[in-house]
Ligand binder design. Structure first.
Ligand code: ZN
Length: 267
Protein backbone atom coordinates (compact mmCIF):
# COMPACT_ATOMS: atom_id res chain seq x y z
CA UNK A 1 0.00 0.00 0.00
CA UNK A 2 1.48 3.30 -1.00
CA UNK A 3 1.39 6.40 1.13
CA UNK A 4 -2.05 7.77 1.93
CA UNK A 5 -3.31 10.71 -0.12
CA UNK A 6 -5.59 12.01 2.62
CA UNK A 7 -4.96 13.82 5.87
CA UNK A 8 -7.55 12.79 8.47
CA UNK A 9 -7.86 14.72 11.72
CA UNK A 10 -10.23 14.59 14.67
CA UNK A 11 -10.93 17.89 16.40
CA UNK A 12 -13.39 17.03 19.17
CA UNK A 13 -16.52 15.74 17.45
CA UNK A 14 -15.42 17.11 14.07
CA UNK A 15 -13.58 14.97 11.56
CA UNK A 16 -11.63 16.81 8.91
CA UNK A 17 -10.84 14.81 5.77
CA UNK A 18 -8.33 16.69 3.62
CA UNK A 19 -7.23 15.81 0.12
CA UNK A 20 -3.47 15.78 0.45
CA UNK A 21 -1.77 16.06 -2.93
CA UNK A 22 -0.95 19.77 -2.82
CA UNK A 23 1.82 19.40 -5.42
CA UNK A 24 -0.86 18.22 -7.89
CA UNK A 25 -3.50 20.78 -6.83
CA UNK A 26 -5.27 17.85 -5.16
CA UNK A 27 -6.01 16.17 -8.46
CA UNK A 28 -8.24 13.19 -7.77
CA UNK A 29 -6.45 9.99 -8.70
CA UNK A 30 -7.93 6.53 -8.40
CA UNK A 31 -6.13 5.94 -5.11
CA UNK A 32 -7.23 9.26 -3.68
CA UNK A 33 -10.87 8.61 -4.58
CA UNK A 34 -10.84 5.08 -3.14
CA UNK A 35 -9.31 6.36 0.08
CA UNK A 36 -11.79 9.23 0.21
CA UNK A 37 -14.79 6.93 -0.13
CA UNK A 38 -13.46 4.75 2.70
CA UNK A 39 -12.92 7.83 4.86
CA UNK A 40 -16.48 9.01 4.24
CA UNK A 41 -17.79 5.56 5.20
CA UNK A 42 -15.66 5.48 8.35
CA UNK A 43 -16.86 8.92 9.42
CA UNK A 44 -20.46 7.90 8.84
CA UNK A 45 -20.12 4.86 11.09
CA UNK A 46 -17.99 6.36 13.85
CA UNK A 47 -20.23 7.52 16.70
CA UNK A 48 -17.60 9.96 17.97
CA UNK A 49 -17.94 11.97 14.73
CA UNK A 50 -20.79 14.49 14.59
CA UNK A 51 -19.77 16.72 11.67
CA UNK A 52 -17.38 16.21 8.74
CA UNK A 53 -15.26 18.84 7.01
CA UNK A 54 -13.98 18.08 3.51
CA UNK A 55 -10.88 20.16 2.78
CA UNK A 56 -7.78 20.33 0.60
CA UNK A 57 -4.19 20.79 1.76
CA UNK A 58 -2.28 23.60 0.04
CA UNK A 59 -3.31 26.46 -2.21
CA UNK A 60 -6.22 24.72 -3.92
CA UNK A 61 -9.23 22.67 -2.88
CA UNK A 62 -9.06 20.47 -5.99
CA UNK A 63 -8.41 20.99 -9.67
CA UNK A 64 -10.48 17.91 -10.56
CA UNK A 65 -9.70 14.41 -11.71
CA UNK A 66 -6.11 13.40 -12.34
CA UNK A 67 -5.92 13.73 -16.12
CA UNK A 68 -2.34 12.53 -16.41
CA UNK A 69 -3.41 9.27 -14.82
CA UNK A 70 -6.55 9.21 -16.99
CA UNK A 71 -4.50 9.61 -20.15
CA UNK A 72 -2.00 6.97 -19.11
CA UNK A 73 -4.40 4.29 -17.91
CA UNK A 74 -7.89 4.99 -19.23
CA UNK A 75 -7.62 6.76 -22.59
CA UNK A 76 -8.65 3.66 -24.51
CA UNK A 77 -11.35 2.39 -22.21
CA UNK A 78 -14.29 0.69 -23.87
CA UNK A 79 -17.77 1.96 -23.10
CA UNK A 80 -18.18 -0.88 -20.62
CA UNK A 81 -14.88 -0.21 -18.84
CA UNK A 82 -15.48 3.51 -18.56
CA UNK A 83 -19.00 2.96 -17.31
CA UNK A 84 -17.73 0.68 -14.54
CA UNK A 85 -14.99 3.07 -13.56
CA UNK A 86 -16.94 6.31 -13.63
CA UNK A 87 -20.22 4.99 -12.20
CA UNK A 88 -18.41 3.73 -9.11
CA UNK A 89 -15.69 6.31 -8.51
CA UNK A 90 -17.26 9.46 -9.88
CA UNK A 91 -21.00 8.96 -9.46
CA UNK A 92 -21.52 6.55 -6.55
CA UNK A 93 -18.72 8.00 -4.43
CA UNK A 94 -20.22 11.47 -4.86
CA UNK A 95 -23.69 10.31 -3.95
CA UNK A 96 -22.35 8.49 -0.90
CA UNK A 97 -21.00 11.81 0.32
CA UNK A 98 -24.33 13.47 -0.45
CA UNK A 99 -26.17 10.72 1.48
CA UNK A 100 -23.78 10.76 4.44
CA UNK A 101 -26.05 10.79 7.52
CA UNK A 102 -24.11 13.59 9.23
CA UNK A 103 -23.68 17.27 8.34
CA UNK A 104 -20.77 17.97 5.99
CA UNK A 105 -18.98 21.23 5.22
CA UNK A 106 -16.71 21.84 2.23
CA UNK A 107 -13.77 24.09 3.13
CA UNK A 108 -12.70 25.61 -0.17
CA UNK A 109 -9.72 27.73 -1.23
CA UNK A 110 -8.20 28.41 -4.64
CA UNK A 111 -9.33 26.15 -7.47
CA UNK A 112 -12.59 24.27 -7.04
CA UNK A 113 -12.78 23.00 -10.57
CA UNK A 114 -14.65 20.27 -12.46
CA UNK A 115 -14.58 17.15 -10.26
CA UNK A 116 -13.44 19.37 -7.38
CA UNK A 117 -16.61 21.38 -7.90
CA UNK A 118 -18.64 18.19 -8.03
CA UNK A 119 -17.28 16.89 -4.70
CA UNK A 120 -17.52 20.23 -2.88
CA UNK A 121 -21.17 20.49 -3.87
CA UNK A 122 -21.96 17.09 -2.39
CA UNK A 123 -21.38 18.72 1.00
CA UNK A 124 -24.28 20.30 2.89
CA UNK A 125 -22.54 23.64 3.44
CA UNK A 126 -19.67 25.44 1.73
CA UNK A 127 -17.29 27.88 3.39
CA UNK A 128 -14.74 29.40 1.05
CA UNK A 129 -11.90 31.89 1.12
CA UNK A 130 -11.81 35.12 -0.87
CA UNK A 131 -9.40 33.56 -3.39
CA UNK A 132 -11.67 30.59 -4.16
CA UNK A 133 -13.01 30.14 -7.66
CA UNK A 134 -15.43 27.67 -9.16
CA UNK A 135 -15.59 26.35 -12.70
CA UNK A 136 -16.38 23.42 -14.92
CA UNK A 137 -14.46 23.94 -18.16
CA UNK A 138 -14.61 20.38 -19.44
CA UNK A 139 -17.14 21.16 -22.19
CA UNK A 140 -14.84 23.87 -23.51
CA UNK A 141 -11.60 21.97 -23.10
CA UNK A 142 -12.39 18.27 -23.45
CA UNK A 143 -15.69 18.25 -25.36
CA UNK A 144 -17.18 16.26 -22.49
CA UNK A 145 -20.79 16.82 -21.40
CA UNK A 146 -19.79 18.63 -18.20
CA UNK A 147 -18.56 16.51 -15.29
CA UNK A 148 -20.22 13.26 -14.32
CA UNK A 149 -22.48 14.68 -11.60
CA UNK A 150 -24.48 17.61 -12.96
CA UNK A 151 -25.13 19.30 -9.65
CA UNK A 152 -24.68 22.72 -11.22
CA UNK A 153 -28.29 23.86 -11.86
CA UNK A 154 -29.28 22.75 -8.36
CA UNK A 155 -26.73 24.94 -6.63
CA UNK A 156 -26.70 28.05 -8.81
CA UNK A 157 -29.90 28.06 -10.87
CA UNK A 158 -30.41 27.04 -14.44
CA UNK A 159 -29.37 30.21 -16.24
CA UNK A 160 -26.12 30.65 -14.31
CA UNK A 161 -25.32 26.96 -14.79
CA UNK A 162 -25.73 27.32 -18.53
CA UNK A 163 -23.36 30.29 -18.56
CA UNK A 164 -20.74 28.43 -16.50
CA UNK A 165 -20.91 25.33 -18.67
CA UNK A 166 -21.18 27.04 -22.06
CA UNK A 167 -18.30 29.46 -21.41
CA UNK A 168 -16.11 27.41 -19.08
CA UNK A 169 -15.42 30.64 -17.18
CA UNK A 170 -14.70 30.92 -13.48
CA UNK A 171 -17.14 32.09 -10.84
CA UNK A 172 -15.42 34.05 -8.10
CA UNK A 173 -16.13 33.67 -4.37
CA UNK A 174 -17.94 36.98 -4.14
CA UNK A 175 -20.51 35.98 -6.76
CA UNK A 176 -20.85 32.50 -5.27
CA UNK A 177 -21.86 34.15 -1.99
CA UNK A 178 -24.22 36.64 -3.65
CA UNK A 179 -26.19 33.92 -5.44
CA UNK A 180 -26.27 31.63 -2.39
CA UNK A 181 -24.00 28.94 -3.79
CA UNK A 182 -21.74 29.15 -0.73
CA UNK A 183 -22.58 29.94 2.88
CA UNK A 184 -19.62 32.13 3.86
CA UNK A 185 -16.63 33.84 2.30
CA UNK A 186 -13.77 34.55 4.70
CA UNK A 187 -10.17 35.76 4.40
CA UNK A 188 -7.81 32.96 3.40
CA UNK A 189 -6.01 33.17 6.76
CA UNK A 190 -9.28 32.55 8.64
CA UNK A 191 -10.68 29.77 6.46
CA UNK A 192 -9.71 26.81 8.62
CA UNK A 193 -10.77 28.44 11.88
CA UNK A 194 -14.10 29.77 10.55
CA UNK A 195 -15.03 26.42 9.02
CA UNK A 196 -14.12 24.60 12.20
CA UNK A 197 -16.14 27.05 14.30
CA UNK A 198 -19.20 26.40 12.15
CA UNK A 199 -18.65 22.65 12.40
CA UNK A 200 -18.28 22.80 16.18
CA UNK A 201 -21.45 24.85 16.49
CA UNK A 202 -23.38 22.27 14.46
CA UNK A 203 -21.78 19.42 16.43
CA UNK A 204 -23.57 20.69 19.56
CA UNK A 205 -26.98 19.83 18.08
CA UNK A 206 -28.56 16.44 18.85
CA UNK A 207 -27.21 14.14 16.11
CA UNK A 208 -30.31 12.10 15.37
CA UNK A 209 -32.36 15.27 14.92
CA UNK A 210 -29.72 16.61 12.53
CA UNK A 211 -29.77 13.36 10.62
CA UNK A 212 -33.54 13.62 10.14
CA UNK A 213 -33.33 17.28 9.10
CA UNK A 214 -30.70 16.43 6.50
CA UNK A 215 -32.75 13.52 5.23
CA UNK A 216 -35.81 15.72 4.77
CA UNK A 217 -33.88 18.54 3.10
CA UNK A 218 -32.22 16.15 0.67
CA UNK A 219 -35.53 14.42 0.02
CA UNK A 220 -36.98 17.81 -0.88
CA UNK A 221 -34.60 17.81 -3.85
CA UNK A 222 -35.24 14.14 -4.60
CA UNK A 223 -38.96 14.86 -4.87
CA UNK A 224 -38.08 17.51 -7.46
CA UNK A 225 -36.13 14.93 -9.44
CA UNK A 226 -32.59 15.60 -8.19
CA UNK A 227 -31.36 12.01 -8.13
CA UNK A 228 -33.09 11.05 -11.39
CA UNK A 229 -31.68 14.11 -13.16
CA UNK A 230 -28.16 13.32 -11.95
CA UNK A 231 -28.53 9.72 -13.02
CA UNK A 232 -29.82 10.70 -16.48
CA UNK A 233 -26.94 13.13 -16.96
CA UNK A 234 -24.42 10.46 -16.07
CA UNK A 235 -25.59 8.45 -19.07
CA UNK A 236 -25.40 11.49 -21.33
CA UNK A 237 -21.90 12.23 -20.06
CA UNK A 238 -20.83 8.69 -20.99
CA UNK A 239 -22.08 9.26 -24.53
CA UNK A 240 -19.86 12.33 -24.79
CA UNK A 241 -16.79 10.20 -24.02
CA UNK A 242 -17.39 8.34 -27.29
CA UNK A 243 -17.92 11.37 -29.51
CA UNK A 244 -15.57 12.28 -32.34
CA UNK A 245 -15.03 15.63 -30.62
CA UNK A 246 -13.86 13.97 -27.40
CA UNK A 247 -11.69 11.43 -29.20
CA UNK A 248 -9.93 14.20 -31.09
CA UNK A 249 -9.07 15.94 -27.80
CA UNK A 250 -7.97 12.65 -26.24
CA UNK A 251 -5.69 11.92 -29.17
CA UNK A 252 -3.99 15.29 -28.68
CA UNK A 253 -3.70 14.62 -24.91
CA UNK A 254 -6.25 15.31 -22.16
CA UNK A 255 -3.92 17.06 -19.74
CA UNK A 256 -2.49 19.13 -22.59
CA UNK A 257 -5.99 20.29 -23.53
CA UNK A 258 -6.40 21.77 -20.09
CA UNK A 259 -3.01 23.45 -20.13
CA UNK A 260 -3.73 24.88 -23.58
CA UNK A 261 -6.88 26.35 -22.13
CA UNK A 262 -5.12 27.27 -18.87
CA UNK A 263 -8.26 26.36 -17.01
CA UNK A 264 -8.29 23.53 -14.57
CA UNK A 265 -9.22 20.01 -15.02
CA UNK A 266 -11.04 16.90 -15.92
CA UNK A 267 -13.65 14.54 -17.12
ZN1 ZN B 1 -16.21 11.18 -17.54
Amino acid sequence: MSETLLLIENIGAVRRISLNRPEARNAQSRQLLDEFDCAVGDAAHDDSVRVVIVAGVGDHFSAGHDLKEAQASRANFTVEERWEYESLRYFDYCLRLWDMPKPTIAQVQGACVAAGFMVANMCDLVVCSEDAFFSDPVGQTLAAAATEVLVHPWVMGLRRAKEMLFTGDKMLAEEALRIGMVNRVVPRADLEQETLAMAQRIAQAPPFGLRLIKKSLNRTLDIQGYRSALSAHFDTHQLSHMSEEFKAVRDRGLAGAIQRNKAGDSA
